[in-house]
Design a protein around this ligand. Structure first.
Ligand code: NAD
Ligand code: IPM
Ligand code: MN
Length: 361
């Protein structure tokens, strides 16, 4: 199989972890006999500060037209406190490519990783709406900088946007043998927007009578996630709440260093990135955990239809954790590069290379 993959390492530890994710991707490609053509893009803070360019003109068309999938590291740099370049690039891709589902699995890969010692199995996915809500960028400041200032940030919930993410979550549950789905909102306080979530959820649930569906207010969800994380299969929620509960979810299974995610457009190109940010204090120091980025490669492979190869990545991750071959955030002593090497070597040793088929003429 031949695939073109756009790689955007981004800023800070995004660069460090993406290097290791690519190492593992290449090991998988060699082992399975796939040709992955990787094209790296230098979008990020350095280029923005140097040239004033964040997301270059024509970038989205290039991605749409010439690539099968995108791998992103992370964006964010203390030299650009308003995150303007990061918003252009990250939201540019999420909104511009209509990546309306942010899929964030919360899976316990080794029992030692959860701070909730009662639980040995945690395995659910957060389906986060990714193109609207409070992230729509609608609002403004009136009388800015004065004591009379008014700051508005609109929460945009569209029928189309809410309907498609709830439907996606139900379809995902059905396709992946997940039995339970919870829709979480704050309709008791956010009367207009989240009432729309309630109505659409009530409308769609009967079409999926094979899935046990329920509703929870998001404050209760946060509580229940910690109290009994084993009760979840699929959680669907809005952009803002999805952002928050996905960091909480990560904390339940080992932390931000190992949490992967996919930004999906089922009808177009999709983008994969770890849940974590650019963690500037760790940048370039060979300490960041690359497992989140590497497991993100697993999701990317699965998305490309390479389910078996995706399984190799998870298997390698589980093996490294079981063997204590971990980075500092998980209590180990390995550096970023050493974790990447360990996983790549594991795959190479366990799955001997298949030849890349040559084109028939
Ligand atoms: P962060 O995720 O970068 O880091 C928070 C903390 O989590 C770190 O201090 C560290 O203790 C831990 N951590 C995160 N990733 C880790 C890893 N791979 N290995 C080990 N430990 C890890 O969040 P932040 O500090 O709030 O944000 C830093 C910058 O990143 C900001 O500019 C923020 O806006 C940006 N950000 C970007 C993305 C993205 O690109 N998708 C996501 C979140 C934050
Ligand atoms: C994430 C991040 C982003 C978000 C930030 C960097 C804008 O926290 O991907 O979770 O809020 O979506
Ligand atoms: Mn976040």
């Amino acid at each position: 199989m031949k695939k073109r993959i756009a790689v955007v390492p981004g800023d800070g530890i995004g660069v460090d972890v993406t290097r290791e994710a690519v190492k593992v991707l290449e090991a998988v490609g060699q082992a399975a006999g796939h040709q992955f053509d990787l094209v790296e893009f230098d979008w990020g803070a350095d280029r923005y500060l140097r040239e004033g360019v964040s997301l270059p003109a024509g970038a989205l068309d290039d991605l749409r037209g010439n690539f099968d999938v995108i791998l992103l590291g992370a964006l964010g740099d203390p030299r650009i406190p308003d995150m303007s370049h990061a918003k252009d690039i990250l939201f540019g891709m999420r909104f511009g490519l209509d990546l309306f589902c942010n899929l964030r699995p919360v899976k316990l890969l080794h029992p030692s990783l959860t701070p909730l010692k009662k639980f040995t199995e945690i395995d659910f996915v957060i389906v986060r709406e990714n193109t609207e809500g409070l992230y729509a960028g609608i609002g403004g400041n009136f009388k800015k900088g004065t004591p009379d200032e008014v700051a508005l940030q609109e929460d945009v919930n569209t029928y189309k946007g809410v309907e498609r993410i709830i439907r996606f979550a139900f379809d995902y549950a059905r396709a992946h043998g997940r039995k339970r789905l919870v829709m979480s909102d704050k309709s008791n306080a956010l009367t207009y927007g989240h009432d729309l979530w309630q109505r659409l959820f009530a409308q769609l649930a009967p079409q999926y009578s094979d899935i046990e569906s329920r509703h929870l207010y998001v404050d209760n969800l946060a509580f229940q996630m910690v109290k009994n994380p084993a009760q979840w299969d699929v959680i669907v929620t809005c952009n803002m709440f999805g952002d928050i509960v996905s960091d909480l979810g990560a904390a339940l299974v080992g932390g931000l260093g190992i949490a992967p995610s996919g930004n999906l457009n089922p009808a177009g190109i999709s983008m994969f990135e770890p849940v974590h940010g650019s963690a500037p204090k760790y940048a370039g120091k060979n300490v960041a955990n690359p497992l989140g980025a590497i497991l993100t490669v697993g999701m990317l492979l699965d998305h490309l239809g390479l389910r078996e190869e995706a399984g190799w990545v998870e298997e390698a991750a589980r093996a490294s954790l079981a063997d204590g071959q971990t980075a500092r955030d998980l209590g180990g002593s390995l550096g970023t590069r050493e974790v990447g090497d360990w996983l790549a070597n594991y795959i190479t040793a366990r799955y001997p290379a298949r030849p890349v088929p040559t084109d028939r003429r």
